[in-house]
Ligand binder design. Sequence first.
Ligand code: GDP
Length: 508
Amino acid sequence: NYISVSKLANLLNCRMESLLQDLKKLGFSNLSQGYILSREYVELILQEYDYRLPDSSKELTPDNVYDALRTPANPRFLQKRPPVVTIMGHVDHGKTTIIDYLRKSSVVAQEHGGITQHIGSFQVITPVSKKKITFLDTPGHPVFLKMRQRGANITDIIVLVVSIEDSIMPQTVEAIKHAKNSGNELIVAITKIDRISQPKQREKAIEKVTNDLISNGITVEKVGGDVQVIPISAKTGENMDLLEEAIILLADVMDIKAENSLKTMAEGWILESRVSKSVGNVATVLVKKGVLQKGKILVCGNTYGKVKNIRNEAGDQLSKAFPSDAVEVLGWKQLPVAGDQVIEAKNEATAKKFVSKRLALLEIEKEGLTVEKLNEQRAIEASKKEQESEGENEDIDEDKEPSGPKNICFIVKADVSGSAEAIVESIAHLGNDEVKCKVVSSSVGIPNENDLKLAQITNATILCFNLNGLPNDVINNKLGVDIKQYNVVYKLIEGVTEILTDNLTPIF
Ligand code: GDP
C-alpha cells in the first residue's frame, strides 16, 4: 500500500517540482522523487488536490489511484451553475465603480434596498436573459493569489477593464498575463466612454484601445477571435446590460457545470472569515460543488464544524447554498483561514480524524519542530552561509565586478498564512539584473526576536501585512531593523519596488 512521489506526480499529471513544493507546504520536507508515500499520505495529498480518494477497500496500486483520479463527476447531478467572475485591470480604470454599480442591482440589494455586510462576493440577475452571475468583489485580495497558487481556479471569467482614455497600462498587461496563465476566459470592458461625448472621437478611441489589445495578444472578435469587447460607462450605466449579457453568452459557450445535489460531498473555498460577537466564528464559503445545508459537517484547514446556519449578505437565513453561491457559514470550532479549501466530511468522527491527521503532519517528526521554526532556522543558516561565501569571494577577487544581481532581503510577516504566501509569491520576482528581491523568511504574526535577529544578519527589511497595532518596541527596535507596515498589497509591492530602486547603483 505504497506509492512513490514520482509515480504520484505522473498520475496527477503534474510536474515533479511543483508536487514536491506542495508537499513541502504540507509539512513534508526533504522528499525526493523516489520517496515512498504511505496510503495515508497519498490520501491527504489527493484531498489537497481536490481529488476523490481511491476506494478504501482496494489496494493502493497506481491503477486504483488512477481510477480514483479519473472518476468523473456523476453526470446525473451535473447542472449548470452561474459563472464566477473577477474584475481586473489597471488602478483607476474603474473596477470599483463597476462593482459598485453591479452591487446596487444585486439580488440581495434589490430585495433589501442595500447590502449590510460585504462577504467577498455578490450575485446579480442579468436584465435580459434573467440568469445569475456571481461577482467576486475583492479581486486584488491576497487570498485569491493563495487559492490560485494551490491550483484552485475559483474564477471562470475575467472581465478586463481598460479605460478609454489611458488604454493599456502596466497592470492591464499583468492582468492579461494572469488570464493567459490561469486559463480563464476573458471579456474586455472599455470603461469611461462617457468621458468622450463626440461619437466620432469615441469611435476612434475605442478603435485605438482595440488595436492595443490586439498588439498585446488578445484575439478580439474584430480579428476573428472570440474575446468580446464591450464599451461601457459604469457612471451612466451605458452598456452595462450588454456587459452582463456578454458574460452569460460566454458562460453558455463554456458550459459551466457542477454537481448540484445534496448527495454530492460539498466542496468550496473560504473567501473571508471573521469572529462575530453575537454568533462566533463566521466564514464566507464560495460553494464549488454540492449543496450546503444545515447539519452538514465541513472540514477546513485545521478546523471543522457542523453547519449551524447559512446566511446571505443581508443576514437572511438560507436553507441551502448551491454551486457558485457565496454564503456565510456559522458553526466552526475555530476560525477558518481565508483561501483555504472546504470539504464535506461524512460525519464528525471522520472530520476530527482528518483534522488531527493534518495537525500531526504539520509537526515535523524531529523534536517537535514546527515547519515555520525549521524554515526560519534554515533561512538563518542559508543566509549566514551565503554571506560567508560572499565574504570569501570578496577576498579572492577584490577587483572583480560582482556577477549577477544584488540580493535585497525581506522578511514577510502577515496576519494569516495565506496572505504571507501570496505576498511572497507577488514580490519574489521583483527586481532586474542589478537588484533582486529575496525573501529570507515568511510567517504569521507580529515580528518576534528571531525575525529581528534574522533581519539584522541579512540586512533585511521586515514587511508587515495587515498587522495593525504593532508594539512600539518592535517598530523602534534596538537592532535598528527597518519595519514597514501595509494593509494593501499593491502598496506593499510599490514599497518593495522603491527599496529595490533605492539600491540601484546611481548613474552620475
Ligand atoms: P479602480 O481603481 O479600477 O477601482 O477605479 P475606480 O472605480 O475607483 O475609478 C477611478 C476613477 O474613475 C473614479 O474617480 C471614478 O469615479 C472614475 N470612473 C470610473 N468609471 C467611470 C466611468 O465609467 N465614467 C467616468 N466618467 N468616470 C469613471
